[in-house]
Design a protein around this ligand. Sequence first.
Ligand SMILES: [Fe+2]
Ligand SMILES: [Fe+2]
Length: 169
Amino acid sequence: MVSEKIAQLINEQIAHEQYAAQYYLSMSAWFFAKDLDGIANYFRVQSKEELMHADKMFDYLNDVGGQIIIGEIAKPPHDFENAVDIFEKALEHEKKVTRSIFNIVKNANDEGDFATTSFLQWFINEQVEEEASASQYVTKIKMVCDNPSALYLFDQELSQRVFVPDTKA
Ligand SMILES: [Fe+2]
Ligand SMILES: [Fe+2]
């Protein structure tokens, strides 16, 4: 059984993940409008992954008997300065999500809620990967953004990304 406080934090995190999905979808739309369909695809897959994260938390909260309360999702921004701006915002957002997950882990630790800390271990590892790849893409987009041929290849590279659904038992 999960405490009300932890349940509330997880409910808030579900909303954060859903907001991230909307945010990335908005970024995806920006790139589609610029005919950079490969980069748009990358952000669309990001968006789907965030929804999967929300689902994982939804299932966990249900498993531990917490009350699931679906929160309000704010409208994400849609007018971005340029491609670099978007990748930088994506990295910033991942850092924010990491801090928020750490905060739940900290609270769960204080309560001796080892089920939640164990569950969130997956997310901690995921955030390490997310920040590493987001940071790498900031570097890459800065390298290619002023060179059409390089940007074309970068767009091709990102078109290869596919969504892999979570296969939890
Ligand atoms: Fe996430
Ligand atoms: Fe993420």
